[in-house]
Write a new protein. Structure first.
Length: 100
């Protein structure tokens, strides 16, 4: 995953399931977290204002993992933008996938 660089999250079929799997195995590379931050930011842009790509829970899990790992500010800035887009505007949010 580290070798794939910034595109690592996009090359994984379900990047947030991969995040959960790697986190549970305690084998979560920082490069994948940075890639997933970029993926989340791009997903809010690709959604064009539609819902359906991200859940607040996914973003919260990613934020916690980045905080624990001390991921750099550039990647965190992308994640913060994605979080604001989902929380404030509902952009990219997959409401059906969120637990009730």
């Amino acid at each position: 995953l580290d070798a794939a660089g910034e595109s690592a999250a996009e090359e994984v079929g379900e990047p947030f399931r991969c995040l959960d799997f790697l986190r549970r195995r305690r084998e979560l590379p920082s490069g994948f977290l940075e890639s997933l931050c970029s993926y989340a930011r791009k997903a809010t842009r690709r959604s064009g204002g539609r819902r359906g790509l991200l859940t607040p829970e996914d973003l919260a899990e990613l934020d916690a993992a980045c905080e624990a790992r001390g991921v750099d500010s550039d990647a965190r800035e992308k994640l913060d933008h994605a979080i604001r887009s989902v929380v404030c505007f509902g952009v990219g949010w997959d409401e059906a996938a969120s637990p009730q």
